[in-house]
Design a protein around this ligand. Structure first.
Ligand code: EPU
Length: 448
């Protein structure tokens, strides 16, 4: 088999950290855009792929930095990884030679902690650098630990590490005090290879939880109820190889839907599962957009329509996703009247509001509520992406704004959006990825 490329990218290079998106806003987005595979499903599925000694082929992986980092983490512990093409990886975990995942990986993607559940399930022993907080909140992992302990593992934290080991893992009844995607998936993986039956109550119901369960089942696991709040797992002695295609990314799809709404455009997001987008669709309807649903596509029509204010609260699925909160706020910032957006999942997810204010938005944040008074238009400015989703939201604001917007720190955006600027250009946007001031000046002269 041809090895497509070696997995090398682990951190943002100096050149990448210099990169900016330069946007000439003010034109509606129009057309069709293909949505990539779901980053957050793919991260867990890649980790779970090492749970068998057989080869696993995973298709529809998004070509984004976080995925490359996760594949690098697998190679680092001895798994063999080869790319069949840029969206398909072949993984073999039969030669794992280290049960310890380095801080370098955890620092770059928290989701490397999925290797804890995967390695603990398969080898009954794992050690992963302890993830800290991140730009959006403190993000504890107490529920992951509670789950592993309930399965009979001894879990120690200290010296910046989390270590889990067990003579054997035994199925258990686990109630999650808070709905957590990460804890649900990590426990799911360990329990898949435990002795006997595990019940996870108050489990996360996100589409990527279901996708990970489907993936494990395709490897011979016995998991029922994923997508409801009670998941039942009957442990099996071993898993086998599989070929699997990751679901479409509902957050990427929603981001383009909000971009259509903010720019007064007409965009069809293709290769999506419309059911996964229901919360987004509902809020865009309330905001005055027309939505047309097809089997595997959703069209947002916002031409000649004024935007209306509404109230939004982020909640676990099927509620409105926290990962879509900044994009929704950008749209409501252009609605006629006052809206509120309440963030109930992460404590620090309004950091972008100050940047948006530099573009003319009128938003006051009180505790976990943003009170948004709609303005007629945004105005272009130089802003910085504070994290992945907020970065994408600032790009949307730039596309809707009068004049030129420069978004710095776009490596955050590149963590999770495949070819973001290329896809936006396909919808008629004037946006370039540039890394030097002279190029930026040239672009501005050209488009002014
Ligand atoms: N929580 C705890 N204890 C735990 C685990 C979570 O208190 O042990 C709390 C968190 O602090 C938070 C809530 O539970 O308040 C939900 O957190 P969750 O565990 O569901 O989040 P996560 O698994 O760390 C995933 C996504 C995030 C997304 C959240 C919520 C991945 C790799 N990440 O994080 O995605 O925001 O679920 O849907 O799947 C992104 O893609 O930009 C992103 C941040």
């Amino acid at each position: 088999m041809v090895k497509y490329e070696t997995i090398v990218v682990v951190c943002a290079t100096k050149e990448e950290t210099m990169e900016q998106f330069v946007i000439k806003g003010g034109s509606p987005l129009n057309g069709r855009v293909d949505i990539s595979g779901a980053k957050n499903a793919a991260l867990a599925i890649i980790a779970a792929a090492i749970m068998t000694d057989d080869t696993v082929t995973i298709d529809n992986l998004p070509d984004v930095r976080d995925i490359r980092v996760m594949l690098g983490a697998l190679e680092d512990i001895g798994a063999s990884v080869s790319m069949v093409d840029k969206h398909t990886a072949r993984i073999n975990g039969s030669h794992i030679n280290a049960l310890s995942v380095d801080y370098e990986y955890i620092k770059k993607i928290r989701a490397s902690y999925y290797l804890l559940g995967a390695l603990l399930g398969k080898y009954k022993k794992a050690e992963v650098a302890l993830p800290g907080g991140c730009a959006i909140g403190s993000r504890p992992i107490d529920l992951h630990i509670k789950g592993f302990k309930a399965l009979g593992a001894t879990v120690d934290t200290g010296y910046g590490l989390i270590s889990a080991r067990a003579t054997e893992l035994v199925g258990s009844h686990i109630y999650l005090d808070k709905v957590s995607v990460g804890a649900t998936i990590n426990i799911l993986m360990a329990a898949a290879l435990a002795e006997g039956k595990t019940v996870i109550e108050n489990a996360a119901k996100e589409p990527h939880v279901v996708d990970v369960a489907n993936f494990l089942n395709s490897m011979g696991a016995n998991i029922r109820g994923a997508g409801t709040d009670v998941i039942r797992i009957v442990g099996v002695p071993s898993l086998h190889g599989t070929e699997y295609s990751v679901i479409p990314d509902q957050i990427e799809a929603g981001t383009f839907m909000f971009a259509a709404a903010a720019t007064g455009g007409d965009v069809t997001v293709c290769n999506v599962i419309p059911k996964h987008l229901e919360a987004t669709t509902a809020k865009l309807l309330e905001a005055g957009c027309e939505i047309l649903e097809y089997d595997d596509a959703v069209r947002v029509v916002a031409t000649d329509r004024k935007l209306f204010p509404t109230q939004v609260t982020t909640l676990p699925y099927p509620g409105f996703p926290t990962d879509m909160q900044p994009q929704m706020t950008v749209v409501l910032g252009l609605a006629e009247g006052t809206s509120t957006v309440t963030e109930s999942i992460f404590e620090n997810r309004f950091k972008y509001v100050g940047e948006l204010a530099r573009m003319g938005a009128s938003i006051k944040v009180e505790s976990n509520i943003a009170i948004i008074t709609g303005v007629e238009k945004y105005t272009g400015a130089r802003v910085s992406a504070p994290d992945l989703r907020a970065g994408a939201a600032l790009v949307i604001a730039g596309l809707a704004a009068d004049g030129i917007t420069v978004v710095d720190d776009i490596y955050f955006i590149q963590r999770g959006y495949e070819d973001f600027e290329v896809k936006l250009r396909g919808l008629g946007a004037t946006i370039e990825k540039l890394d030097d001031d002279r190029e930026v000046q040239k672009f501005i002269l050209k488009v002014s």
